[in-house]
Design a protein around this ligand. Structure first.
Ligand SMILES: Nc1ncnc2c1ncn2[C@@H]1O[C@H](COP(=O)(O)OP(=O)(O)OP(=O)(O)O)[C@@H](O)[C@H]1O
Ligand SMILES: CC(C)(CO)[C@@H](O)C(=O)NCCC(=O)O
Ligand SMILES: [K+]
Length: 260
């Protein structure tokens, strides 16, 4: 069985793939100081709690936080006796390499999203991923990641208002009933919610115009459903897109090893 690890700037998600489906999805906050033993204590408690019969033979990691990778490698080695594939490292091959400016890095989560979008939709896709940042990942006809957009994430925007303005409280995102807020919280929620709806509409429209071919828009990440309830912004929402991409990349590397 394959353990997929998607480590974002805010949250780290573990998901067990049995070859057909994900048996479970476990979520913790991202901390570079978390040790291999700490990961295992957390992981084994939940796997036992859910009574999952997990026989992990392979591990694949996508991490947007370089510092956590070392402890995750130790975790894979110590508890599952395997060398993990780390997306973005030279030993992890991609089905289709990205086409971006020479010398620029591409987030491994975006590479995984591209692999998943191509596998499921066959390219000409823009993925809108709501994480710490809200990123738009453009996937060409042949499945290559060819660039996109990085915007501040929803929670980051709310936090920035609270941090930067003495009279503004911390608020949680929700869809406000009205656009014209009649109290501070309502005004902030309106600014961020309707501001985001405009951002998503505006950017996808401009991406499509610049790309010049019909494209599908796929929403993913925790907040995609919230924005989908406001307007028709996505053709589809797929909450397991990044994880699915990790299974695709893992599978591709397995095929290469077998062919050698
Ligand atoms: N209605 C909601 N209101 C506020 N937060 C929500 C809501 N629905 C989901 N979330 C939050 O969305 C987050 C899940 O998003 P996701 O895992 O895609 O990104 P992240 O973990 O925040 O970012 P990253 O992947 O960059 O670490 C969770 O932290 C969850 O608490
Ligand atoms: C944009 C984020 C933060 C989204 O998680 C991540 O993919 C990242 O750190 N990317 C590196 C820069 C880039 O993808 O162009
Ligand atoms: K994410």
């Amino acid at each position: 069985m394959l353990l997929c690890i998607d480590c974002g700037n805010t949250n780290t998600v573990f998901s067990i793939w049995d070859g057909t489906r994900f048996l479970c999805t476990l979520r913790t906050s991202t901390h570079h100081s978390r040790t291999a033993d700490a990961y295992f204590t957390w992981y084994s408690t939940l796997v036992n709690h859910y009574k999952i019969d997990a026989d992990i033979t392979d591990v694949i990691i996508s991490s947007t936080v370089p510092r956590v990778v070392w402890n995750l490698r130790v975790f894979a080695d110590r508890f599952f006796g395997c060398r993990p594939l780390v997306v973005g490292k030279p030993e992890c091959q991609l089905p289709i390499p990205p086409r971006v400016d020479a010398g620029t890095g591409v987030g491994p989560d975006r590479l995984a999203n591209a692999a998943a979008a191509f596998d499921r939709h066959g390219g000409d896709v823009v993925v809108v991923d709501f994480g710490t940042a809200t990123n738009f990942d453009v996937v060409a006809e042949d499945g290559a990641y060819v660039g996109g957009v990085i915007a501040p994430g929803v929670n980051l925007s709310l936090e920035a208002l609270h941090q930067g303005a003495a009279a503004l409280p911390h608020v949680d995102i929700t869809q406000p009933d009205k656009v014209i807020g009649t109290n501070t919280v309502g005004c902030i929620q309106s600014g961020v919610f309707w501001g985001y709806v405009g951002l998503i509409q505006g950017i996808t429209t401009r991406i499509k115009a610049e790309y010049g071919r019909p494209m599908k828009v796929i929403g993913t990440g925790g907040l995609a459903p919230l924005f989908a309830s406001g307007e028709v912004l996505f053709d589809k929402i797929e909450d397991d897109l990044t994880m699915h991409g990790l299974t695709v990349i893992h599978n591709y590397n397995k095929t290469l090893t077998k062919a050698e």
